[in-house]
Design a binder for this molecule. Structure first.
Ligand SMILES: *Cc1c(COP(=O)(O)O)cnc(C)c1O
Length: 369
């Protein structure tokens, strides 16, 4: 049996008529940038999420950068960001001219550790990027309270957490601004690059919209220097189709985790993902902690099972950040996790037999050791 890590062809097949029709409509319209499909997507996405404004942009990294610029983060500022994340959550801080201040993550849910964050706050600290990593939301009201009491702007990175919740509050609705990615393999993915910024503030939304469109809302309007980062009509039309499916897809992911949890319950050499109380975890990734992780990964590959590691190196130890001079002891949790975490195949179209096969393969790996 083969179990690929992702299978985007299977998802396309399940929605092919709707997607093909959407693409055809855009091609026939002759309008490819800043048209009706983007406007309609922004509206429905904002409504479904429960925020006042959505600004569609080129990708999730730009969404973070535009979010930081819209909050006026600049040179001399410090921004708190987790040590275990995708590099976008650090590089965009530097790109805005500010300093990324890495914070270790908590060992249970792999989120930015707010106790550590508190310790690292200086008079220069202006904002925090909270990453709802792997699809599990931070404790949202606690996070909001932390930002209010420390006078920090809150940027939620929802690239891995489309419609995740904590205590019935949807991730992306409590921050000053939130960034989404629609990279093809995310829970809701475009057929190319796409992203968006959401916010309840009209002012932040307008700044974000201007910044992503050469500093203006209209042609030949340049109120400030910006960039070119816009979602295109094709991606918006495709994403509008997928917005009708995302709830079902998230539910299917959750069902798969039950199969994984049952199949792996007796394997003492691995640790299953912890579920935060009251969290609606949408499992962008199903991440276990495994003894002899690299050997397990090779064994599974020989059995036809693809896995990934998100991420093999904590950000402060990437060559890009040696200039910050960090030691392993600064981020002990993130460092330990990078040696143990393993992302198992997880997507709505997975078959129960495939998950069972993965579980049996993991069992047999540890039984012969
Ligand atoms: C994917 C991702 C991004 C960046 O999104 P792109 O659309 O690939 O630029 C940012 N943050 C996190 C946590 C991500 O997983």
């Amino acid at each position: 049996m083969k179990v690929p890590f992702v299978n985007l062809k299977a998802q396309y097949k399940s929605i092919q008529p709707e997607v093909d029709e959407a693409i055809h409509q855009v091609l026939s319209s002759g309008l490819f940038i800043k048209g009706n499909y983007v406007a309609a997507f922004e509206k429905t996405f904002a409504t479904k999420l429960g925020v006042a404004n959505c600004v569609a942009v080129g990708n999730g990294t730009d969404a973070l950068f535009i979010a930081l610029k819209s909050l006026n983060i600049q040179s001399g500022d410090e921004v708190l960001t987790p040590a275990l994340s995708w590099i976008s959550t650090a590089e965009t801080i530097s790109l805005a001219g500010a300093k990324p201040v890495f914070v270790d993550v908590d060992p249970d849910y792999f989120h930015i550790n707010l106790k550590e964050a508190q310790r690292l706050i200086t008079p220069k600290t202006k904002a925090i990027i909270a990453v709802h990593i792997y699809g599990q939301s931070l404790a949202l009201s606690e996070l909001k309270q932390f930002c209010i009491s420390n006078k920090l702007k809150l940027i939620e990175d929802c690239a891995q957490a489309h419609f995740s919740k904590h205590k019935l509050i949807t991730a992306g609705t409590i921050g000053d601004v939130a960034a989404f990615s629609f990279y093809p393999t995310k829970n809701m993915g475009a057929y190319g690059d796409a992203g968006c910024v959401v916010t309840n503030s009209e002012e932040i939304a307008n700044t974000a919209r201007r910044f992503g469109n050469h500093g203006g809302l209209h042609k030949n309007e340049h109120l400030l220097e910006g960039i070119n980062s816009r979602m295109d009509e094709l991606q918006a039309a495709i994403l509008s189709v997928k917005l009708n499916c995302i709830d079902t897809w998230n539910e299917q992911r959750i069902q798969h985790t039950d199969t994984y949890r049952n199949g792996l319950a007796t394997v003492s050499s691995i640790k299953l993902p912890e579920l935060r109380p009251h969290a609606y975890h949408t499992y962008h990734q199903f991440v276990i902690r495994a003894q002899d992780r690299n050997e397990l990964r090779n064994f599974l590959l020989e059995m036809g099972i693809e896995t990934e590691v998100h991420y093999p190196c904590a950000l402060p130890f990437e060559p890009a950040y040696v200039f910050l001079n960090h030691a392993v002891a600064d981020f002990p949790v993130a460092h330990e996790l990078t040696n143990e975490i393993l992302s198992l195949p997880m997507y709505p179209e997975l078959k129960t037999e495939q998950i069972t096969y993965v579980c049996e393969a993991i069992q047999s790996f540890y039984s012969i050791r």
